[in-house]
Write a protein that binds this ligand. Structure first.
Ligand code: CA
Length: 300
């Protein structure tokens, strides 16, 4: 265990706070956050707004710290997937893009393949025994065998590729806008799209949630990193409505927080879920730490 993670004294994410994306609510939330820190040592918080929309998870959830592990600071994390004790990670940048098997506890890379230098690797998803790897502007999705990391195929697509996940039937893809595409993993053909939107708490106006990046399917919801923010958004997968927001600001590594130049690129990105244990793994681009949280779902 690293970084004094267990100095975080209590549970986090008691999702009873008002949403924090709304600027007007930020002041109040911060005051309450600081009061909670002072009173009970709560060192981080999350914000979930009750929209009345239900996926499989209730709006109020808790993410309880379970562990923190080393993460390769050379990994410009673009996609993160958990399967049977292995973290699969894709890393980006032209000439540096890789697909990796990572030991979650040690952070060591046990196997990897490099992506040709003209491709900028992006999101990653596992469907069956196949890993699907998007590329940023190269309009190509590569398919690999999950064990051997041998390339087994590729598909073309339109637009940019950002994040990718699998809901058990469809690949779900982000492209930096507020749109999520649902794709057939056998053909990569588009099945449907959703527009992700939230409602401004003050004005009640609906606005699109843009810059959706790395994705993860968790208990019937889509969780998405919002690029260049410290927020994870929980999305209802049929209508694209926002279920809630998770504020990860307190978990940005100190080194990155202190260096604005690094901070622009070294953003929160990477969510993986182990449904067997309920563990959620979260990291960022070039972060030195991989957090592991236990997802606690209240009884309904
Ligand atoms: Ca993921």
């Amino acid at each position: 265990m690293q970084n004094g993670f267990f100095l975080f004294p209590v549970f986090l994410f008691f999702c009873t706070l008002p949403r924090c994306r709304n600027k007007a609510a930020k002041g109040g939330m911060m005051t309450r956050f600081l009061m909670m820190m002072a009173a009970g040592g709560l060192l981080w918080g999350a914000c979930v707004r009750n929209t009345g929309i239900r996926a499989e998870l209730p709006e109020q959830i808790t993410l309880r710290p379970a562990a923190s592990y080393p993460h390769d600071t050379g990994a410009y994390t673009q996609g993160l997937v958990w399967d049977d004790g292995i973290l699969y990670e894709s890393t980006g940048q032209y000439g540096q893009s890789t697909l990796r098997h990572v030991n979650p506890r040690s952070g060591t890379v046990s196997a990897h393949v490099t992506v040709p230098p003209q491709f900028f690797a992006e999101g990653l998803a596992l469907a069956g025994d196949s890993l699907y790897l998007l590329t940023w502007r190269e309009k190509t999705c590569f398919v690999f065998d999950k064990k051997t990391l041998q390339k087994t195929g590729q598909f073309p697509y339109n637009g940019e590729g950002w994040g990718l996940t699998f809901d058990g039937q469809n690949l779900i893809m982000s492209d930096g806008t507020s749109t999520l595409r649902f794709l057939d993993p056998k053909t990569f053909k588009l099945k449907r799209k959703i527009e992700v939107s939230d409602k401004n708490r003050k004005t009640k106006k609906t606005y699109p949630v843009r810059n959706l990046n790395e994705l993860e399917w968790i208990h019937g919801e889509i969780w998405a990193n919002v690029w260049q923010t410290t927020q994870i958004v929980r999305i209802e997968p049929n209508k694209g409505t926002v279920i809630g927001w998770i504020d990860m600001t307190a978990f940005v590594p100190e080194k990155i927080r202190r260096d604005p130049a690094a901070g622009r690129d070294s953003v929160l990105n990477g969510i993986a879920f182990d449904p067997k244990t309920g563990h959620v793994y979260i990291t960022g681009k070039n972060w030195d730490v991989m957090y592991c949280f236990k997802l606690i779902v209240p009884e309904q």
